[in-house]
Ligand binder design. Structure first.
Ligand SMILES: NC(=O)c1ccc[n+]([C@@H]2O[C@H](COP(=O)([O-])OP(=O)(O)OC[C@H]3O[C@@H](n4cnc5c(N)ncnc54)[C@H](OP(=O)(O)O)[C@@H]3O)[C@@H](O)[C@H]2O)c1
Length: 385
């Protein structure tokens, strides 16, 4: 790359990830932060600060826009406008990509520019790029794993200390592993977006995030964890999807994993994400799913890939597919107050604070749990693996 002009980048956002990206690029000759947009500018940032995104769109010397402001607005308008202006776009924004996948990917393909989002799922793990490489050669039939560091930290802390959910959450917030408002991590929305993006790329489809059945960990208690320990199992928040003939099974739920599964040993805020290929079997990817430098590293890798001429998205297959969880059956741990005839008819055994059901479909029990919360808001379910 030595005698080549550096790729000129407009950096939108200088927060946790954005400042990390700035630091990485500052040390390189092949990439250059031509300008940045940010509400707050750290003292040692020396590049020009732009106030109006249209100045970036009009600047023909800027090849690539890196969006790390997060949220849907104005990120959506800025990313869409950048693609329309013929700029490559690199983003870490899972909320944006999961919600506007088909539109933004189609636009990038139409304009012949790159749209990369490797940091949006797996943080610092080169997960999406590995998934893409596999999907190009080999049908991907399953995707699963621990894709949210905040919830893994909370569950791991509850298991190792025997403490309460609130204490573990407070510790996660103190260490910076949980945001001030952790709602989207705890209720599974964050991990659901990562599963949608991963499934779309792995299977060449377009899933509607709203169809993905989602149970979080916000209702788990120290008593539940004690019961799981006595069963010799570890509770993890798992994202899982499976390619079916004309649809996709896709769900997020707490799962009780035995020690024989590698997921059981994932500590603190780490992630473990796996794909299963038709011929190659299961491959797993482990590492930091968040944090300034791991995440900025994947954004940097995307910048380098684009500067090496990668154009387009990870896949150009954009077939809309429905979610169908009716053919996936599992036994479940269920804790709820009071009697319920549906649950009673399916109970196989009793634990001090809950029951274990016979094998029921994911679609049936997720629908039951949603309805049950109208009577018992603290009802908790977890599948047995
Ligand atoms: N942090 C992680 O570990 C991680 C991991 C994977 C993916 N991501 C994704 O990376 C993205 C950025 O996350 P982050 O943690 O870096 O967030 P952050 O620390 O809140 O940084 C966002 C930055 O963008 C700025 N900003 C927001 N709206 C703006 C606007 N309209 N104009 C100019 N600047 C604006 C914010 O300024 P103010 O602070 O003044 O609001 C802030 O400096 C998100 O999409 C997130 O999901 C983050």
């Amino acid at each position: 790359m030595k005698n080549k002009e550096p790729m000129r980048i407009a950096l939108l956002g200088l927060g946790t990830v954005g400042y990390g990206v700035y630091e990485f690029i500052r040390a390189r000759e092949d990439l250059q932060v031509a300008c940045a947009m940010s509400l707050v500018v750290p003292e040692d940032v020396t590049c020009p600060i732009v106030k109006d995104i249209r100045d970036i769109w009009a600047d023909e010397t800027i090849d690539t826009v890196v969006e790390v402001i997060g949220g849907l607005h104005p990120a959506y308008e800025w990313v869409k406008g950048s693609l329309e202006a013929g700029k490559n776009v690199i983003t870490a924004n899972k909320l944006l990509i999961a919600a506007h996948y088909k539109e933004l990917v189609s636009l990038a393909l139409e304009k012949g520019v790159a749209l990369r989002c490797t940091a949006a799922a797996g943080g610092g793990i080169p997960w999406l790029t590995s998934l893409k490489r596999c999907a190009e050669q080999e049908p991907v039939i399953r995707i699963s794993g621990i894709m949210n560091g905040t919830t893994n930290f909370i569950l791991d802390t509850m298991h190792t200390t025997g403490g309460s959910f609130d204490t573990a959450l407070a510790e996660a917030q103190r260490l910076g592993y949980a945001e001030f408002d952790p709602t989207d991590d705890l209720n599974g929305a964050d991990i659901r977006r990562k599963l949608v993006i991963s499934s779309n790329i792995g299977y060449g489809c377009v899933l509607d995030e709203k169809e993905v059945a989602t149970e979080g960990i916000e209702h788990i208690t120290g008593e539940d964890i004690a019961a799981f320990r006595s069963m010799g199992r570890v509770c993890k928040l798992i994202a899982a999807s499976r390619k079916l003939d004309h649809s996709v099974a896709a769900y997020i739920e707490p799962a009780l994993v035995p020690p024989s599964m590698p997921e059981s040993a994932i500590p603190t805020n780490y992630n473990l994400i796996s794909l299963t290929g038709e011929h190659i079997g299961k491959q797993s990817f482990y590492g930091q799913g968040a944090g300034r430098y791991p995440t900025a590293y994947n954004v940097l890798q995307d910048c380098v890939d684009v500067s090496h001429g990668i154009r387009g998205f990870y896949t150009d297959r954009l077939e809309e597919a429905h979610v169908d969880n009716s053919t996936v059956y599992r036994h479940y741990y269920v804790r709820t107050k009071g009697d319920d005839s549906w649950l009673k008819a399916r109970t196989e055994s009793f634990l001090p604070c809950g029951v274990i059901t016979e094998a029921v479909s994911v679609s049936e029990i997720h629908a039951w749990a949603k309805k049950r919360r109208e009577l018992d808001p603290d009802c908790f379910i977890a599948s047995l693996r």
